[in-house]
Ligand binder design. Structure first.
Ligand SMILES: Nc1nc2c(ncn2[C@@H]2O[C@H](COP(=O)(O)OP(=O)(O)OP(=O)(O)O)[C@@H](O)[C@H]2O)c(=O)[nH]1
Ligand SMILES: [Mg+2]
Length: 284
């Protein structure tokens, strides 16, 4: 059970080249100061299966006060692990971005187009979805390393999942780490992963009102990518109204308009990424 949003978090699976079936619980103490606990089982097909771990089992019937305390504990624990991730990423000079959107807004398509254009940079991708490795396979087809995290019934990535994924993926030193969160405009906003920037992607087919209806996501994002702008000639969508609504929630949010399909806006997005990475390295 996800204590924050009430969705069920079932078995977590992180793919990779792993040892045969066994299950254990352990504490990782990393030399780069990331420390976390988890329980997981490696299965025969190389996938890594995780139990509820930090979240624990569901607690139906407990008092509201206790639920609030559990939520606070989970978020505090998540924040501590996220801080460890952030320290490791900073030490490696890696710029990590947490890409969030509703399902199908174009996160993976945008990533594929981005990776193809930034071939000179060190990059890696963590893909979050409830099921399938389809998005990680799309990323790997570009030649960039990717690992798929399947959250089962869970609706968001958390910091521990990212820490564990990085154990298998490795950090792209002095490069870019893209984390594609589970498609969901609500719950991913609540979980710090240790990223440098949160990026919200909103496609032009979703309606200009999304920032007002889902303010939490737009409030915490540093950058709004308005995606699929090649479709605008076929729609009534008013991009300026979307941006005005986003800035009612978050006056400082940066905005870029992009199309993975036509390539429009991709140069500015690449510039934004290169500048953010340069800034990160200048402040190391
Ligand atoms: N016209 C147009 N279609 C796009 C664009 N980007 C993505 N799509 C289409 O939108 C659909 C969803 O794209 P994905 O990239 O899989 O979206 P996603 O956000 O990664 O989806 P989830 O991971 O399932 O949440 C696909 O049919 C894409 O072909 C774009 O720039 N223009
Ligand atoms: Mg995707």
């Amino acid at each position: 059970m996800c204590k924050i949003c009430g969705c069920e978090s079932g078995q977590l699976r992180i793919e990779g080249v792993l040892s045969p079936a066994h299950a254990h619980e352990h504490l990782h103490a990393h030399d780069h100061d990331r420390t976390h606990t988890h329980d997981h089982a490696h299965d025969g097909d190389g996938a890594l299966h995780f139990g509820d771990g930090a979240a624990g089992a569901s607690v139906p019937g407990r008092s509201q006060a206790r639920l609030v305390r559990i939520e606070q504990d989970i978020l505090a624990r998540n924040d501590a692990i996220a801080a460890g991730n952030r320290r490791a990423l900073t030490a490696a000079g890696t710029l990590a971005l947490n890409l969030m959107s509703s399902p199908g807004a174009g996160k993976t398509s945008l990533l594929v187009a981005t990776l193809q254009r930034l071939g000179d940079m060190r990059m890696a991708v963590i893909e979050g979805d409830q099921e399938t490795s389809a998005d990680a396979e799309r990323i790997r087809a570009t030649g960039v390393a990717a690992i798929q995290v399947n959250t089962g019934k869970g609706c968001h990535l958390d910091a521990q999942m990212v820490a564990q994924a990085l154990d298998h993926l490795g950090l792209p030193e002095r490069g870019l780490l893209f984390i594609e969160n589970v498609g969901n405009l609500v719950c991913p906003a609540g979980f710090d992963l240790g990223e440098a920037h949160k990026v919200v992607i909103c496609s032009v087919t979703e309606g200009e009102d999304k920032p007002l209806k889902y303010p939490g996501m737009f409030a915490i994002a540093d950058l709004l990518l308005v995606s699929k702008i090649d479709l605008l000639p076929h729609l009534d969508f008013d991009v300026d109204r979307l941006i005005a609504n986003a800035r009612r929630i978050n006056p400082g949010i940066a905005v870029l308009r992009v199309s993975a399909r036509s390539g429009e806006g991709m140069a500015r997005w690449q510039d934004w990424l290169r500048s953010a990475l340069a800034l990160r390295q200048a402040t190391e």
